[in-house]
Design a binder for this molecule. Structure first.
Ligand SMILES: Nc1ncnc2c1ncn2[C@@H]1O[C@H](COP(=O)(O)OP(=O)(O)OP(=O)(O)O)[C@@H](O)[C@H]1O
Length: 271
């Protein structure tokens, strides 16, 4: 870490935050809660078929930034987002954009598994139904089966599809939530600490799943577990006090960070 620079300002991103052929582009994004600035002029791309990990100390703005990507912050009172965020070139914040299909294209998996208190089948079928993705019951059945297969859950639940999703184990519930996100054919899946409520075995399964899902989707994952970031992601972005301090290939961020703040965080000096 000899070339770590102590003098780089915190609000200038170290590393190249942009990629060729991005799925999403974010430019000069600010987020305020009332008068408080939670995200300070962040620019970054989300590539196709990549897992982008967002790390940083508690309160640095990771979740806030993640929620900008599918306008989940719209529902937070006092939250104001400015800047330019695009999905395949479409301005996500254009007043003409309907957030319901947007949130299907940019799906979200939360920290705590949150299946609907309904049968496993209905949990997965609900989205395709409301988005009109199946013309009949056979097509709906196919989507449900395929989504559960992609989420690595089919074998465990195929004989109990009519049982409540809430009756599954925590890890199974999280994979059910991933199946629910997949069922509406997303392009991007946002994951906000998806394993923090899971035991190590369930965590390993979800991490394996993330690696498989990358072949078809772009994934942005917020995690406090740095080993998880290094296991699952190709690029890592380090946030500090609302600033995107450093971004780069995951291996480099963890072995040769350029910014002192990144180095302090990954070596456990704070955070
Ligand atoms: N609904 C809200 N109203 C006001 N301030 C908020 C709200 N949500 C977040 N904040 C503030 O915005 C800043 C960023 O919070 P955020 O939850 O995005 O950080 P984080 O990096 O995801 O934290 P953690 O790792 O603890 O989840 C913090 O100062 C937080 O207090």
């Amino acid at each position: 870490m000899a070339d770590t620079d102590l003098h780089i300002p915190i609000d200038r991103t170290v590393g190249n935050p942009f990629v060729e052929n991005p799925r999403m582009t974010c430019r000069d994004v600010f987020v305020h809660y009332g008068d408080t600035c939670a995200i300070n002029k962040v620019s970054i791309d989300v590539g196709c078929n990549e897992v982008l990990a967002m790390i940083g100390p508690s309160g640095c703005g990771k979740s806030t930034f993640l929620r900008c990507l599918n306008r989940m912050n719209d529902t937070v009172s006092g939250c104001r987002v400015t800047g330019d965020i695009r999905l395949d070139g479409m301005d996500v914040y254009d007043p003409g954009v309907d957030v319901v299909p947007l949130r299907a294209r940019v799906g979200m998996v939360f920290q705590k598994p949150n299946p609907f208190p309904k049968p496993i089948y209905d949990n997965v079928a609900y989205g395709p139904k409301i988005h009109g993705l199946a013309r009949n019951k056979t097509e709906l059945d196919e989507i449900v089966e395929l989504s559960l297969k992609k989420a690595g859950l089919w074998k465990e639940v195929k004989d109990r599809l009519s049982e409540p999703g809430t009756g599954l184990s925590g890890g199974q519930q999280q994979r059910l939530c991933i199946a629910r996100a997949i069922a509406v054919s997303p392009e991007v899946i946002l994951m906000d600490e998806p394993c923090s409520a899971l035991d190590p075995i369930a965590t390993a399964k979800v991490e394996e799943l993330i690696a498989e899902l990358r072949t078809q989707y772009s994934i942005v994952i917020v995690t406090h577990a740095m080993q998880q970031a290094s296991r699952v992601s190709q690029r890592t972005a380090y946030f500090h006090l609302g600033n995107l301090v450093e971004v780069g290939p995951t291996e480099l961020i963890f072995t040769n960070p350029k910014h002192r703040l990144t180095e302090d965080y990954i070596t456990g000096r704070f955070g």
